[in-house]
Structures are given as structure tokens and as C-alpha cells.
Design a protein around this ligand. Sequence first.
Ligand SMILES: Cc1cc2nc3c(=O)[nH]c(=O)nc-3n(C[C@H](O)[C@H](O)[C@H](O)COP(=O)(O)OP(=O)(O)OC[C@H]3O[C@@H](n4cnc5c(N)ncnc54)[C@H](O)[C@@H]3O)c2cc1C
Ligand code: SF4
Ligand code: SF4
Ligand code: SF4
Length: 561
Amino acid sequence: MKQLSRGAFALPGTSLDFKTGTWRNEMPVHTHWGAPCHVACPAGEDAQAYIAKMMEGHPKQAWEILVQANPLPATTARVCPHFCEQACNRKHMDQPIAIHLIERYLGDEAIKNNWAYPVDVSKEDGDPVCVVGAGPAGLSAAYHLRRLGHPVTLIDSLPEAGGLLRTAIPVTRLPRDVLDAEVGRLLKLGIDFKPRTALGRDVSLEQLMGEHAYLFLAPGAAKSRHWSVDGAVPSDLREGLGLLKEWLVVGDIPKPKSVAIHGGGNTAVDLARVMKRAGVADVHVITASGLPGPDADPKDVLNVVPREFEQAVEEGIVFHAHRTIQRLLMRGSKLVGLEMVHLKKLPGAGGRSSRVAFEGTETVLHVEMVVPAIGEVVEPQGFENLLGHADYFKADPIGQIAGSDRVLVGGDARGDRGTVTAAIGDGRLAALAIHAKLTGKELPDPKRRPFIDYDKLNVNYFEPAKRAVEPMLALEQRNDSDEIEGGLNYAQVTHEIGRCFSCGNCLACDNCWTLCPDNAVIKTVERAADGSHYVFDYEYCKGCGLCAHECPCGYIGMVSD
Ligand SMILES: Cc1cc2nc3c(=O)[nH]c(=O)nc-3n(C[C@H](O)[C@H](O)[C@H](O)COP(=O)(O)OP(=O)(O)OC[C@H]3O[C@@H](n4cnc5c(N)ncnc54)[C@H](O)[C@@H]3O)c2cc1C
Ligand code: SF4
Ligand code: SF4
Ligand code: SF4
């Protein structure tokens, strides 16, 4: 290994004459910890690693690290709830790193510059796999299977790939040129994409099993749950997801004077905003959940990106939190209002809490229309044998369906996912598992690995600095077609990157090399076995622990010798 220097003050005839290593009873070691941002991302993105590459000034290489896990970063940067930021250690000092804006910058640069995935498209030496459903889960599985050399057939009942990204998420949040660019690039990896091909209508499970070594099912959840209030429904009832999908195709939406949308997720909030922009004067969202905010219980808030809730409030949507609809007020079969009641979470048997309606808290809301947006279950057609009477597929952590050796499932069809990023993570994990099973390798471990806590960092080396904020269209500029949020430029991204603590991974700051009193940290040109450019010379290291203490990122730990 080529040695650059022993240390900043290593003059011959001084400390080098004394083998201080004999004094030691503790020794420093380099430990690669998981960074919280990496561990928290359901898609498996390593933000710490691509931010480090950006610090070195290599955006393309940073994007190549990013797409090792997530093939659709320009998309997730826009729609993911940013689990990475919720976990980011920087929040303990001031505010989390705006990881999604760095991700967005890289995703958009890749589109602008036509960067190709670092994938060998000619490699097709694996067994063939069929993926059912071209939403984010199916696209991710197809991508990772191609990376691993498997021929992939991808079928979808619709004419275009994208799933709910295309059919439900408003273009004001996810412009379709961004989606088209990312999906188009992915399908060009030699994936045999068969649109307008529905399992259960055009092809059977048995047929696909006969032609492929494995199946990955990612049909999402498209069948609306039954909704009524004590058996009553207005005669003109429309459900939320259907309305949104129709609006995206034909550009039309009902425009009553007032509407109440019943639900606490993306469909409810997106529909409310679309109806408000379309001219509905009074738009209410009635939700059993709480609202996002500093004191909110994260397990009990609307299931949307918090800043989208803030935008909705800004746009004039009225939220009724911790409430449900107790009674519909009808004139004949026509709705004229509804009665809401307050819900409280009470601890129940076995430690599980349940929501209970509180008598005496009833209030009346006069609205002309009510729209349920309370979620969907799997459309069973084609999957009857695997699904039985259940609403969702039951599977183990990697997606293996019990009793079906060669069938895995992921995304919304599992029932407990509900985000694009979780769907992408499922697709990746299933692809790795299928490859491992077909090649006799070890199965991927779905468990979260340990990550480094804030108190193991030495943040004295970092200055407080304000988090970057995305530019946003002013209220009066918002319409049905323009993207509401914008991205950062290179200078802004560089500033944001400079805030990162590089948790658990060497920042190459030279502190250990400069401060070691025994010149026992050697700087190298090549990477050492542990991936850093620094090695300890244990002949001289007396185990004082200074390097570990002064390492900003917690990359050095002391262990007994
Ligand atoms: C209005 C709305 C807004 C949302 N906003 C966000 C957001 O901001 N952030 C976020 O993280 N999540 C959001 N979500 C949730 C997110 O879209 C889903 O979690 C995600 O799309 C699930 O991916 P999936 O691949 O499992 O399923 P889907 O996206 O539903 O894709 C399933 C695909 O399978 C196809 N398919 C179904 N059955 C068959 C069959 N029998 N044969 C062949 N093909 C079939 C369908 O045509 C579809 O293309 C939103 C959802 C909605 C409804
Ligand atoms: S996909 Fe979401 S959680 Fe993962 S890095 Fe991007 S914003 Fe963060
Ligand atoms: S400070 Fe940087 S490495 Fe640490 S969790 Fe945040 S983004 Fe990740
Ligand atoms: S002190 Fe600096 S150079 Fe040394 S291991 Fe820690 S981050 Fe890397």
C-alpha cells in the first residue's frame, strides 16, 4: 500500500523512535455504521454514500450509487414521504438534510443529460422471470432482475407502465415528462413489456408459471372498499380514487358547491386539492387520524407528505381530524349534510387501542356531496387461488407467498405498504431473493441493520446552517398542469451537502491523521481493506482514544486490545 505520510508532525528522531504501541490496552478500529438516512429508506437508497460522492464533485457517480437501489429517483424525490429525512441525525442539531432535494437534483440531471443505468444490458444468463403489474413495485423488480442478468417479461393490464404513479398521482406533484423519462429508460433495459395484458383475462397464473422460473406479483390494490353510513349511501355516490383517475384521463371532476371527503390518505388530500382548484367553494376532509405537526404522534397522522398537508391548508381545504361520519342527512336520496362525531383512541384488550365515537360531540356539516376515500383492496380476478378470501396477499418478509414456492408478491398488494418507496423496496428485495433462490446464494436479509446515533458523532466540527427550501408556486399561480414544487440548483445542492455529518462513514477530514500524538495514523493512496484511506499503525498506537474522540462521524471506535 502506497503510504502518503505518517502524520502531520512525524519527524524522524522524535516519536518514531518509541514503539508506543506496547503501552496500549485499547485500540482504535474503523467501523462502517449504517447512516440513519440509509437504514430508514424503504427503497434502500444510501443517501450518505451518494452525498459523499457529491462532496467529491461527481454528480453522475453519485446518481449511479443512488440507482443501485432505486431506479426512479426523480419520481420518489417528488412523492416519497422522505423517511430518510425523518431519521436524519442532523435534525438533532437544527433541521434534517433536505435529502429529497439532492435526490431530485440527481434524478433530474440524469434525465437532462440522458445518463444510462450502470447495467450490462447484454447479460441474459439467468432464468426467466415474469413480473405482473408495472407500477413502482413491478418496475423495480424488473429493473433489479435485469441488473442480475435475468430475462424479464413484464405484463400490465393498462396500455402504459407506471401504475398509480400514472393513473392517480396528480401531474402538479409528479409531471408526466419526469415519469415518462424514468419509466422509458427502465423499460429499455431489455425488458419484454407486454401492455394491455391482464392476468386472469388474457393469461393465467398456470401459463405464466409454466413459462417462467419465478413470478413476482405487483398488482397493487385497485378495488375500492365498500362504504356506507349505517347502510345509507347517496344515490350519486362516487368513490375518491375513481374520481381522481377519471379526472386524469378526461380532465373533468364534479363541481358541487361543497364536498366532504372521507379518508386520511393521499387520495383524500389529492382529490380535495383537485376539487378546490376546479372551483368547489367548500372542501372538507374528515379523517379519523390526527394532523401533522410538531406535537403529533407519528403513528396517528394523515398518511401524506406533511408539506402536502400544509399546501392543502394554504389552498383552503378544511380538515376535521379525529372525526368520523355518524349520519348522512338526506332529502330523498340526495345528500344535504352529514353529522360528524369526535373519535378518541382508547386502550383496548391486549394492548391494542381502538377509536371510539364520543357521544355529545356531534356536529352537522352542510355539504352537497360526500366522497369516500377509505382505501382499496386487491382486485381478486386472476389471483383467486393465491388470495383466497383475504383482501391482501399474505407473505413472509421477503415477499414469498406461503405454499407457493415460485411466487413472490410486493407493493400495495401486501396491504401494509402504501407508498411508492415501499413498493420499490419490495421489488428490489424480491428480485434479490429470486436471484438468490435460482443461483443457490444466501437470501437477502430484510431486517434493518444497526445505525449510528447522534451521540456517537462529534458535531463540534459542524456549524449550524439553514436547511435548503424548495421553491414553490405561489397560491395564485397554482393550476391543474404546472408542478407546484421546484428543485435546487447546483450551488444550493452543494450548500445542502455541506451540512451532512457523513454519519458512521469517514469524511476524509484528516483529524485522526493530524491529531494522533504518536503519528500512528497512516494516510494511504489506495483504499485500505475497510474502504478508508487511513490505517492505524498499531506498533505506535498507544490507545489514547484521541482519534476516536475527534472523529466527527463516529467512524473510529475504541475496542479492548
Ligand atoms: C391518489 C394517490 C396519491 C398517492 N400519492 C402518493 C405519494 O405522494 N407518495 C407515495 O409514496 N405514495 C403515494 N400513493 C401510493 C402509491 O401510489 C402506491 O403505494 C404505489 O403506487 C403502489 O405501487 P404498486 O406497484 O404496488 O401498485 P400500483 O401502483 O397500483 O401498480 C399496480 C399495477 O398492476 C397492474 N395490474 C393490476 N392487476 C393486474 C392484472 N391482473 N394483470 C396485469 N396487471 C395488473 C395495474 O394496472 C397497475 O399498473 C398514492 C396513491 C394514490 C391513490
Ligand atoms: S426514496 Fe424517500 S426515503 Fe428513500 S432516500 Fe428518497 S426521499 Fe428518502
Ligand atoms: S447527516 Fe447525512 S449521513 Fe447523517 S443521517 Fe443525515 S443525510 Fe444521512
Ligand atoms: S477523523 Fe476524519 S479522517 Fe479520521 S476516520 Fe474520522 S472522518 Fe475519517
